[in-house]
Design a protein around this ligand. Structure first.
Ligand SMILES: C[S@@+](CC[C@H](N)C(=O)[O-])C[C@H]1O[C@@H](n2cnc3c(N)ncnc32)[C@H](O)[C@@H]1O
Length: 259
């Protein structure tokens, strides 16, 4: 698919949304996690963990929904913490299948729905104590609409936690041992990424996320940008990713509450 067929704008029309969904669901149905390794709880990203930040607190007896569940390992994490009900949505039939197989093999029950997160798909409203998403929210073609939907799924005072690639990380490249800007931080256009297959991606500013949360009726309670020192020390801290994570945020995590 050629990028010129996608309107290079942050507001994309229905036709472009279909192209993004078709391209990205094909990727997750085929290449999946062969190249992009799964990022699952307790990790929010390569260098940030729930074990350190304790954003969820005690989820026992709580109803949880995961947006973009991938292979289901984060659902397993929540089941092990005695969540009372687990639901998840993902655009990829293959990822939903993998999640179902994984959870069945562990005897964990979860309601899994194959749908784009942007669309109405039978998820109950005013129902969940937590909605969370680990490296999936950024794939939405409609950030404000998705946050409004997520808000509708939550009970009043319900918590929404998500992690995603930090937009600064997406802007910076290494050139002869120095980090340099390869694109503008303000550029939110969709573009193709070649990772053993093609994905379509848009990098949104942090303010775009914060303003979309406010519009959907959330208050931000906590935001994480820093790399966990403990993880850095326990890993190969000369890897390309570690070099980046020492200098600037590669992941951000937001915890917000529905007012
Ligand atoms: C990077 S994975 C995140 C899941 C898991 N944490 C992992 O790392 O494997 C992204 C997931 O989002 C799903 N996804 C992409 N676009 C989506 C959309 N518009 N609606 C729902 N799910 C989507 C993909 O199918 C994939 O399973």
């Amino acid at each position: 698919m050629e990028i010129k067929s996608v309107n290079r704008s942050i507001i994309i029309d229905d036709m472009d949304k279909k192209i993004v969904h078709k391209t990205n669901s094909f990727y997750w149905d085929t290449a999946g996690n062969d190249f992009l390794k799964a990022i699952v709880l307790p990790f929010y990203g390569a260098f940030v963990s729930e074990e350190k930040h304790q954003l969820f607190g005690d989820v026992s007896g709580k109803k949880l929904l995961e947006v973009g569940c991938g292979n289901g390992q984060s659902l397993q994490y929540q089941a092990e913490r005695n969540a009372s009900e687990l639901w998840a949505v993902d655009i990829s039939e293959r990822q939903i299948e993998k999640a179902a197989q994984h959870l069945n093999s562990l005897g964990v029950s979860a309601k899994l729905i194959c749908s784009p997160m942007e669309e109405e798909c039978g998820i109950p409203t005013d129902y969940f104590d937590y909605v969370y998403s680990i490296y999936a929210i950024g794939w939405t073609t409609d950030l404000e609409g998705t946050f409004c939907r997520i808000s509708s799924y939550l009970k009043k005072d319900g918590v929404f936690i998500f992690s995603w690639s930090h937009p600064i990380h997406r802007c910076v490249t290494e050139d002869n041992g120095r980090f340099v800007f390869k694109k503008s931080y303000f550029d939110e256009d969709w573009y193709p990424v070649a990772v053993e297959g093609e994905l379509l991606l848009a990098d949104r500013k942090i303010s775009t996320y914060v303003n979309a949360l406010a519009k959907a009726g959330f208050v931000v309670e906590h935001m994480i940008e820093q790399t966990d020192d403990e993880i850095m020390q326990s890993r190969d801290n000369n890897s390309d990713m570690a070099k980046r994570a020492k200098m600037f945020p590669v992941t951000f995590v937001i915890k917000a509450r529905k007012l």
